[in-house]
Design a protein around this ligand. Structure first.
Ligand code: PLP
Length: 401
């Protein structure tokens, strides 16, 4: 048999999905694993959005739509972006796709040529690096750590720019670190992006989940940056709609037009029914968003307090999203529950095996000192997981109950 695509064979599988699969497998075997791997909320989609989805099915929204989405959804997205973040777009600036992950891929597909460089600050969300490579482009990783609150500086950005640099990716607030760039910090980075004629892909999928500081959209701060920014967002995290698969890009009309064309020959439109449910999300009451936000804030506070009381692990209190990026490097060189710990992958594996707690090792996000915990799970689970972590750090395995 002839060999399969070299490019496809080089793609690494998603580490977050892998850890979910492993913990589900253990659960299926009757092992009482507490899972902190998922990057999705544990809430149900709010009732008024579900009702709009049901009405769309009954109203026969079962046909193809324009590849980049239906006009009423684009209008609803423009209204939402203006009202919530103060950024103005028209329908021609919006492309709806099957989830924000898809937006990112299609946006990069139409922006990048093979060999182009894309600057990617680390720690980063797992998909970016692979998506860049899937376009034949080259990720240029900028390392950061706790000393700069995991943020890049304008100087660091400038030093990474070469004649091949095409774009920069920012995630604000960040998955996995939860850090938020302030308006001032964005302005400083904006100067470098504009002066070097780069594009900005600004992933704002967690924009409504901010607990400390104020979220500012990069597209809102500088008209020059606005012209070269593609905002990535969607309903997944804000409205507990991960499975509905609706994401969108907002950006320059030329880019959006190419995305539409690319979609027309690949996936076509995102689900018609899900598009109509998303209109209800953007145009309906935002009380559900506030309620979920309040619950996440409670969990975050509890989580951070518990971690602060532990000696061997630490975390920066996240500004936004729903992740704790825990530094476990103080355990390196130790033996915990009979396992030698040399990096955060060893730690995560030993914690799963002996503590029955599933987390994602930081290597997947570009850091070997950390593990990521998602607190998109109940307070009860968070308490149980952290009790087990404490025991594990004291060399006591969890009882399977
Ligand atoms: C930073 C970031 N961007 C995009 C996505 C993808 O969102 P969607 O489920 O809409 O594809 C995720 C999901 O985990 C994410 O964490």
């Amino acid at each position: 048999m002839k060999s399969l695509s070299t490019a496809a064979s080089a793609i690494k599988p998603s580490a977050t999905l892998a850890i979910n699969a492993l913990s589900q497998e253990l659960k299926a075997q009757g092992v009482d694993v507490v899972s902190f791997g998922a990057g999705e909320t544990d809430f149900y989609t709010p009732d008024h959005i579900k009702a709009a989805g049901i009405a769309a099915i009954e109203g026969n929204k079962s046909y193809y739509t324009s590849s980049s989405g239906v006009a009423p959804l684009k209008k609803a997205i423009c209204g939402y972006l203006d009202k919530t973040f103060g950024v103005k777009y028209e329908n021609k600036n919006i492309c709806v796709t099957s989830g924000a992950k898809h937006v990112l891929y299609i946006a990069m597909r139409v922006m990048l040529n093979p060999g182009d460089e894309v600057i990617l600050p680390a720690p980063y969300w797992v998909t970016y690096e692979e998506a860049i490579r899937m376009c034949g482009a080259v990720p240029v990783i900028l390392k950061t750590d706790e000393s700069t609150r995991f943020k890049i500086s304008p100087r660091q950005l400038q030093e990474a720019v070469t004649e091949k640099t095409k774009a920069v990716i920012l995630t604000n607030p960040s998955n996995p670190t939860g850090m938020l760039y302030s308006e001032e910090e964005l302005r400083a980075l904006s100067r470098v992006i504009v002066d070097n004629d780069l594009y900005l892909i600004d992933d704002e999928i967690y924009a409504t989940l901010v607990y400390n500081g104020k979220f500012v959209s990069a597209a809102a701060i500088d008209p020059e940056l606005y012209k070269r920014t593609v905002i990535v967002n969607g309903v997944s995290k804000t409205y507990a709609m991960t499975g509905w698969r609706i994401g969108f890009a907002a950006g320059p009309a030329e880019i959006i037009k190419l995305m539409d064309t690319y979609l027309s020959h690949s996936t076509g439109n995102a689900s018609n029914v899900a598009q109509y449910a998303s209109i209800a999300a953007y145009e309906g009451s935002q009380e559900c968003v506030e309620k979920m936000h309040a619950e996440f804030a409670r969990r975050r506070e509890y989580f951070v307090k518990r971690v602060e009381a532990m000696d061997l692990v630490s975390c920066l209190p996240p500004d936004g999203a729903f992740y704790i990026f825990m530094n476990v490097s103080r355990t390196f060189g130790m033996t915990l529950c009979g396992e030698k710990i040399n990096d955060s992958s060893d730690f995560a594996q030993a914690l799963l095996k002996h503590g029955l707690v599933a987390t994602v090792p930081g290597a997947a996000f570009g850091s070997t000192d950390h593990i990521r915990w998602s607190y998109a799970t109940s307070l009860e689970n968070i308490k149980k997981g952290l009790d087990r972590l404490e025991k594990f750090l004291h060399n006591e395995p969890a009882a399977n109950n």
